[in-house]
Design a protein around this ligand. Structure first.
Ligand code: ZN
Ligand code: ZN
Length: 655
């Protein structure tokens, strides 16, 4: 029995397709003798943010391909990995956890980045308990992140891509040209297109996956040609299908319109030419089917290589608009279709319809690494160790302030205060203002908020207290910040909590960028006091609530209660919730708190809040006498400290 773990990501078209095809081929080749798991670690680690990025990615390639090209170029090279190391901490951890869970004999990556992350978990040169295989799904213009890693093997689709790796110094014994892992069904299909029995007009397949506006009129122009028989696919786009039917109503019916189909390999193998955008999987399937391609759109950056593969090997041509598509067809069919025949011969040379089966066999034949290596625990904080802890009921406060902003206690006093009361989780979230906003600028002068230059000291102080808090009180103390994004009105103001940060974040970033940075550090992004206060005269911060559709997918939780206030609408909306003191001074301990049922570990606490299961809130009352409790009395009106921050123009009340 062989265990295979396939790592993929839902960005772009080719990675998931490749992953699934390799799995199917492995199962076809080895049946019950192989155990394959496909995991999208981006999805596991970044969840909703990942979904947001994926949608942004799809929107970006459809609307502004140039922009995406730029982004793609920016993330090329090792710079991305180096400058975003904090972002990868969570990833490393999740990967280590995954490897413990599955104990794979082979790890196959169909998305770049995984190789670099494995190098972080298992330093280069140290023995690894599995073989590592990188399946490069791009062609020719491949991002260097793909091969700047210590992977044992690189599987590429063609000679051109192999040449890129050689040029980058990858040794020959690690490069394997098997073709792109198209579905193994290609290997079993018979092809009648080029036999004498195959008569009648040539069949053209038009996959309408871009340029949808011009598509109906183009379909009409194509159906007027006597030299082709047309098939179009419209996917799930019913409006597009209607528009096409409308356009061709007057003409005879030489066109077949298909909706979403799982028979793409069969379709490609029964047509003589395909018109499509340069998506990785589609281009590779066309090559496997030996079908020349007219390329109707290229996403700059990652699709360029696919387009070059077709054009440079003379297997078709670029035709980025309806006129050039018509022109290209004219050229292909003149002189008894001489050009089309040449394309067909050339594409046959590239075609490797059995690629997935060959990759599967290669993986199955790899020697199983020494199982004794499995005892290697990759990270100091091994998730396996953490898993052994059992869940318990945890009393937590994730929103507190110290003297670093407008609180009354030093960090050490705060730790003692909560520690003595038996709290399990505490996060310090001192205010930091957006220096790019007017109100932020003014508030920064008040001395009642953290400024950027204090951040290193702030994080160092918390780091020191963390150890003491746990040793003395078994209290998990976490670093955080409250980003004050104050506008001139309550509708333009937002307070954003970051819980369990690893380091500083520039307070001048946009809210969305700030959330991305917070998530990049594995921290939680929480909307603080997102609804109308009932208890005080201070300014409300309603920006998140007013833009709930935009922020609900990005935020990990919302404060359903803050000190004495409870925000009913947050509960009614079924948003993931927490409740916090917004602690500034001892009497604020009389307030709403979060209760969790999970393991006593920062990661477990955050995950519990993210999934928002086994979460409760409680109104905390304390009858303990001690430091700072001389003034313990019920308080219904909100104190001035925070209002000072919200309204820098108000003079600060003396303490
Ligand atoms: Zn606040
Ligand atoms: Zn606060």
């Amino acid at each position: 029995m062989k265990n295979v773990l396939i790592l993929t990501a839902g960005f772009g078209e080719g990675h998931n397709t490749a992953a699934r095809n390799i799995r199917d081929a492995l199962e076809k080749a080895a049946g019950a003798e192989v155990n394959v798991h496909i995991v999208d670690l981006f999805d596991r680690c970044y969840g909703r943010l990942n979904e947001f990025l994926r949608r942004a990615y799809i929107a970006a390639i459809n609307k502004t391909p140039r922009v995406w090209g730029k982004i793609y170029n920016v993330i090329d090279g090792t710079q991305f990995v180096q400058t975003n190391m904090p972002m990868l901490t969570r990833f490393k951890r999740a990967l280590a956890d995954l490897l413990h869970q599955y104990e794979p004999d082979a790890v196959i990556s169909t998305y770049p980045l995984y190789g670099s992350i494995i190098d972080q978990v298992f330093p280069i040169g140290e023995p690894r308990p599995f073989s590592e295989i990188t399946v490069i799904t791009d062609s020719i213009t491949i991002n260097s992140i793909w091969y700047r890693c210590a992977s044992d093997h690189f599987i590429v689709a063609n000679d051109d891509t192999a040449a890129v790796l050689r040029g980058a110094g990858v040794t020959e014994d690690r490069i394997h040209i098997f073709g792109f892992p198209v579905t193994h069904r290609f290997a079993e299909m018979t092809d009648h297109r080029f036999t004498n029995e195959d008569r009648g007009p040539r069949r053209v397949l038009y996959l309408i996956n871009s340029g949808k506006k011009e598509a109906p009129s183009l379909v009409r122009r194509l159906t007027k040609r006597g030299d082709i028989k047309l098939t179009v696919t419209v996917g799930r786009d019913i409006a597009l299908r209607r528009a096409i039917e409308e356009e061709i109503r007057a003409t005879d019916d030489r066109v077949e319109i298909l909706g979403w189909t799982t028979k793409m390999p069969e379709l490609l193998t029964s047509h003589h030419l395909v018109i499509t955008k340069a998506g990785g999987a589609t281009i590779q399937e066309a090559i496997a089917a030996r079908t020349p391609v007219l390329i109707s759109q290229v996403v700059p950056g990652q699709e360029e290589g696919n387009a070059r593969l077709i054009v440079e090997n003379d297997c078709g041509q670029l035709a980025p608009d309806p006129d050039s598509i018509i022109e290209a067809l004219d050229g292909a069919f003149e002189n008894n279709a001489a050009e089309l025949k040449r394309w067909t011969q050339n594409v046959a040379k590239l075609s490797r319809p059995a690629a997935s089966l060959q990759i599967a066999q290669f993986v199955l034949d790899l020697e199983v690494p020494d199982p004794s290596r499995r005892v290697v625990v990759p990270a100091a904080e091994s998730p396996a160790v953490i898993r052994k802890k059992s869940p318990s009921i945890l009393l937590c406060d994730l929103h507190t302030h110290s003297l670093y902003s407008d609180g009354k206690l030093t960090v050490a006093e705060l730790v003692d205060f909560y520690g003595q009361r038996g709290f399990d989780g505490l996060c310090l979230t001192d205010h930091i203002c957006d220096h790019t906003r007017l109100i932020g600028k003014v508030t920064n002068l008040s001395g009642l908020v953290l400024t950027q230059d204090q951040l290193p000291e702030y994080f160092e102080t918390i780091e020191k207290e963390k150890k003491r808090a746990f040793d003395k009180y078994r209290l998990l103390f976490m670093a955080g910040l409250e980003f004050n994004k104050d506008g001139l009105t309550k509708r333009t103001s937002a307070h954003l909590l970051a819980v369990d940060l690893k380091g500083p974040i520039d307070p001048g970033l946009s809210i969305t960028q700030t959330i991305a940075e917070i998530h990049g550090q594995g921290a939680l992004a929480i909307a603080s006091h997102p609804h109308e206060f009932k208890t005080h005269w201070g300014k409300n911060t309603l920006y998140f609530w007013e833009h709930i559709d935009q922020y609900a997918p990005l935020l990990d939780a919302w404060e359903v209660a803050n000190r004495d206030d409870i925000f009913n609408p947050i509960g009614l909306k079924r948003l993931p919730f927490v409740a916090n003191s917004d602690f500034h001074k001892p009497k604020h301990i009389f307030s709403w708190k979060t209760v969790l049922f999970c393991e006593k570990d920062p990661e477990a606490i955050k995950q519990c809040i993210r999934v928002n299961r086994n979460v409760a809130i409680t109104l905390y009352r304390d009858h303990r006498l001690g430091i700072g409790f001389n003034d313990l009395e019920a308080e219904t009106e909100r104190e001035s400290e925070q209002a000072v921050v919200d309204f820098p123009a108000y003079p600060r009340k003396s303490a």
